[in-house]
Design a protein around this ligand. Structure first.
Ligand code: KG4
Ligand code: ZN
Length: 364
């Protein structure tokens, strides 16, 4: 029987330095050095700070990933690295390091798309081989879940993707301006809550929900509810938040802050559900929904999409917690799928000079 490949994966697309070792779909280690504390006081990611931190962490994080997996570099079959999309000077650090490891140790390299990694992250299995999506072979797995509707919601992306099969995607809709996670971050900044905004806003909304049944004091407009397409837009909601806070300065202090956060979260959920439901109605053959990206860390969003999936009788898959925000395990997972289904993407270690980072890399 063919040996399952061991892959060392690296991601430095934004503000986490991440490395992981995977064996097929099994995650053997998943190390993440977060830069959140460095960027916090600026209210967002500062590219130069990110670059410096990646440079400092990339080697120790990679070594830790190998150690935690109890794997030597000479046992690795492929090195996977995020080529894009992401922050150019951050991507560069990971790609340069991966290329030099690959060529020095004569290991083939698989450049990987960060969005595709978020999209397929629900396919991950833990080191014991347990996960939401079973299937001994990729063929069996794909028959079980595809065609699927992919929902990528992160700090940089908001996309609805029709997944016919592995490597066969069609973008149904995307954000026309800000990404949904970016909107969480910007509204948190307006509320002087800190960075990253998603988890903070959610914690305050959760507090409000524990004590109250309903909130209707601060009505916010649901973006794109009437549009005929599958696109999203969050800059109008951001501006509406700005004016609502200006008109009601008491929102800046609790308990009104919590109530406002809850209303904001409800509005975001509605904006997502409207488009996901439209996609399900118009594509009846869809078997399942796959959701991924940092915003899928939000339990209220996960549950709302879950309820929708159940009401349409669709299967529903989301990644394990450590694979929702940026990580390298999902990069290894996609590289594994490529190694089995699209081998032309595997680069020989002596042919790496022309490979460069692609900050705007798209999925299709
Ligand atoms: O996927 P990710 O780590 O990075 C990108 O590829 O963009 O996503 C980061 C984003 C940030 O905007 C952060 O505020 C958001 O994910 N986020 C959340 C939650 N946890 C992280 N948004 C809503 N609720 C959460 N619990
Ligand atoms: Zn990401």
């Amino acid at each position: 029987m063919k040996k399952t490949p061991l892959i060392l994966a690296i991601d430095t697309s934004c503000d986490e330095t991440a490395a992981s070792v995977v064996s097929g779909r099994k995650i053997l280690s998943n190390i993440i050095a977060s830069q959140i504390d460095l960027h916090k006081k600026w209210g967002g990611v500062v590219p130069d700070i990110a670059r410096r931190a990646h440079k400092e962490k990339i080697k120790p994080v990679t070594q830790e990933a190998l150690e935690k997996a109890s794997i030597n570099l000479n046992e690795i079959d492929y090195i996977a690295v995020t080529q894009g999309p992401g922050l150019a000077i951050a991507l560069e650090i990971g790609l340069k390091y991966a290329k030099s490891l690959a060529s020095k140790n004569k290991i083939p390299l698989i450049p990987t798309n960060h969005i595709e990694a978020h999209l397929l992250s629900p396919l991950a299995l833990n080191s014991q081989g347990n996960g939401l999506i079973k299937g001994n072979t990729l063929q069996k797995t794909s028959e079980k879940i595809f065609p699927a509707l992919g929902v990528v919601i992160s700090g940089g992306h908001t996309s609805l993707i029709y997944i016919k099969n592995f490597n066969n995607y069609k973008i149904l809709g995307e954000t026309l301006d800000d990404a949904v996670g970016e909107c969480f971050d910007k509204v948190a900044r307006m509320l002087e809550l800190g960075y990253p905004g998603g988890p903070i806003i959610t914690a305050l909304a959760r507090k409000y929900r524990r004590k109250n049944k309903k909130s209707d004091d601060f009505e916010l407009p649901v973006p794109m509810q009437k549009s005929q397409d599958y696109n999203f837009s969050y800059s109008g909601l951001k501006t509406a938040c700005l004016y609502t806070i200006k008109d009601n300065p008491k929102i800046l202090t609790p308990p009104e802050t919590n109530q406002f956060c809850n209303e904001f979260l409800n509005t975001v959920i509605k904006s997502l559900i409207i488009k996901i439901e439209k996609a399900l109605k118009n594509n009846k053959e869809i078997k399942s929904i796959l959701i991924g990206g940092g915003v899928s860390n939000n339990e209220f969003i996960i549950r709302a999409v879950g309820r929708l999936a159940r009401s349409y009788n669709k299967k529903y898959y989301y990644p394990p917690k450590k694979l929702r925000t940026d990580n390298a395990a999902m990069i290894g997972l996609v590289a594994y799928i490529k190694s089995q289904t699209e081998t032309r993407l595997i680069l020989k270690p002596k042919n790496l000079d022309s490979i460069d980072r692609k900050p705007q890399l798209s999925l299709v």
